[in-house]
Design a protein around this ligand. Structure first.
Ligand code: PEP
Length: 254
């Protein structure tokens, strides 16, 4: 059984005060952690205060990025070892914006993934497809290259993310069929590379224009195990609604 995972990606929004106020607003509404895992990826400087504020809860505070190296002369980078020392369990690696604006390559993302696994922080591995050509070579070559050298048993510590580039930050461009097809194709690729057992267990998330109105339908797709939410996660009320999508979906059925 794959536990649904709902993640807020704040990008470079919210200062420390705003981040802590957001936590005050949502912590009492966290869903049952047996049913849904919830995470927030804030800016790096807000991670520690947020980890402290959320320490008595199951909320995951997630890194948006980390360096290939754990220490040394790499000005401006973020050490995954030091994320781990703060109690961070997950780090996003290879987000589409990292690839686009910071020219991150598959090879560099691969090294980051291997470093994170070595340091005991679970990578959320981002891949991007196109809306019309979901299964285009891009997704598969990204997956193939970023997972090079990762042994099958480590897939238990990896979450995959499928994002159609055109839907990221677009507001209303989520398409449920695209979400399901992208996640399904990734699962087939994991099956081919690592075997059926691994493919059945790996969590695959969808990202791109998720909001309170479409999350229920997206999460009902059989191969979508969670969502990464950008814009719609910035408002506490909207995020609280989305992290409790199971409750909302249930009450609309009853
Ligand atoms: C994202 O941050 O990857 C993202 C999907 O953003 P949005 O939800 O705004 O499309």
């Amino acid at each position: 059984m794959r536990k649904p995972f709902v993640i807020a990606n704040w990008k470079i929004n919210k200062n420390v005060d705003e981040a802590l106020n957001f936590l005050d607003a949502i912590l009492s509404q966290l869903p049952d952690s047996d049913r849904t895992e919830v995470g927030i990826a804030p800016q790096a400087f807000a991670i520690y205060p947020m980890v402290r504020s959320a320490r008595k809860t199951d909320l995951q505070i997630i890194g948006q990025n980390a360096a290939e190296k754990c220490n040394g002369a790499y000005t401006g980078e973020i050490s995954v070892r030091d994320l781990a020392s703060m109690g961070v369990n997950y780090v996003m690696l290879g987000h589409a914006e990292r690839r686009h604006y910071f020219k991150e390559s598959n090879q560099s993302i691969n090294r980051k993934i291997l470093t994170a696994l070595r340091e005991g922080v679970k990578p959320i591995v981002c891949t991007n497809g196109e809306r019309k050509n979901v299964g285009g070579d891009n997704v598969f070559s990204q997956l193939e290259n970023v997972l090079a050298g990762v042994p099958a048993y480590q897939l238990a510590n990896i979450t995959l993310l499928f994002e159609p580039t055109a839907a990221i930050g677009a507001g209303n461009r989520a398409n449920i069929e695209t979400a399901e097809r992208g996640c399904w194709l990734l699962r087939q690729e994991v099956r081919r590379k690592f075997g059926g057992e691994v493919a059945e267990h790996v969590r695959i998330l969808y990202g791109g224009s998720v909001n309170p109105n479409n999350i229920g339908l997206i999460m009902a797709a059989p191969n979508v195990d969670g969502v990464l939410i950008g814009r719609a996660s910035l408002d506490a009320g909207s995020f609280a609604q989305m992290m409790n999508y199971q409750q909302t979906t249930l009450s609309s059925v009853i």
